[in-house]
Design a protein around this ligand. Structure first.
Ligand code: SAH
Length: 252
């Protein structure tokens, strides 16, 4: 059995209870060494085999899984954040399907949630933004043209850019060309939830300078949109005494 487990975005205690139990019971752990906190490995069994997938190809990862399965072992494939977001799990699961190997997935705290926590921010503020666009700049990995940052920018809602900290001059250009006012608030969150977490507030047109000045070029998320200011919103209906919900009838 293979368990794909979301490690959470940094701090070891952000893994789920289920994920931790699986780590404690695993015979083999294959972890994404570029971003997963190595502290998580302290819960492994003494005899557990550990592999760092940052140094491996898909074929090598699959070979380890296949051998473990043949030996009747349990494998944890530990991915950073939540495995469904830029986790490259589909290709692994398809190989497992072909080989008839059973697997399941345990979600994790994605870095876009960790970043909001670091900023003490609500992405979806009434009257300001009710959608969150999760995307990335095209880099060595292309992005389909219909999903360009420029095209999403037309919505001027909250946008979270993954994998783009090294492309901020171009990102600003695209965001502004697409519709954000250059002075729209923006944030850079470096290593959300890690001990060396850092957050910076700037504007869409100063993203590049801000990152450069603070020496941020990777392991960061860029958040843009009026919601970053966290002001000017309407209070929620959900907790408004005049608004009835199934759980909370209005008082007579
Ligand atoms: N599955 C992961 C994302 C993997 S892609 C998740 O759910 O978070 C790797 C990118 O995620 C990095 O380039 C960076 O943009 C972002 N990232 C991962 N961990 C981060 C963290 N702790 N703080 C800020 N950004 C992070």
């Amino acid at each position: 059995m293979i368990h794909f487990v979301g490690a959470g975005c940094g701090a070891a205690d952000l893994i789920t209870l289920r994920g931790k139990k699986m780590l404690e019971e695993a015979d083999v752990i294959i972890y994404a060494g570029s971003l997963v906190n190595p502290e998580l490995l302290s819960w492994k069994k003494e005899c557990c085999e550990v592999y760092n997938s940052a140094k491996m190809t898909l074929e090598e990862v699959f070979a380890v899984m296949k051998q473990a399965e043949a030996d009747g072992k349990t494998t944890v494939r530990l991915h950073t954040g939540d495995p469904s977001v830029y986790g490259a799990i589909r290709e692994q699961m398809d190989l497992l399907n072909e080989a008839g190997i059973d697997y399941d997935v345990v979600p994790g705290v994605s870095s876009f949630c960790g970043a909001a926590a670091a900023l003490k921010m609500e992405y979806t503020l009434p009257d300001i933004a009710q959608s969150v666009v999760i995307t990335r700049m095209a880099g060595r990995t292309p992005v389909p043209e219909r999903e360009s940052v420029r095209s999403f920018a037309a919505h001027r809602t909250t946008m979270v850019l993954f994998l783009s900290a090294g492309l901020l001059d171009k990102a600003s250009e695209e965001l502004i060309a697409g519709g954000y006012d250059p002075k729209t608030p923006a944030a850079i969150v470096y290593k959300a939830s890690w001990p060396d977490e850092r957050t910076y507030i700037c504007t869409v047109d100063t993203l590049y300078e801000c990152a450069k000045k603070n020496e941020v070029s990777k392991t960061a998320l860029i958040i843009v949109g009026d919601a970053v200011a966290q002001t000017g919103y309407r209070r929620s209906d959900l907790y408004n005494p005049a608004f009835e919900t199934g759980f909370r009838p209005t008082k007579e």
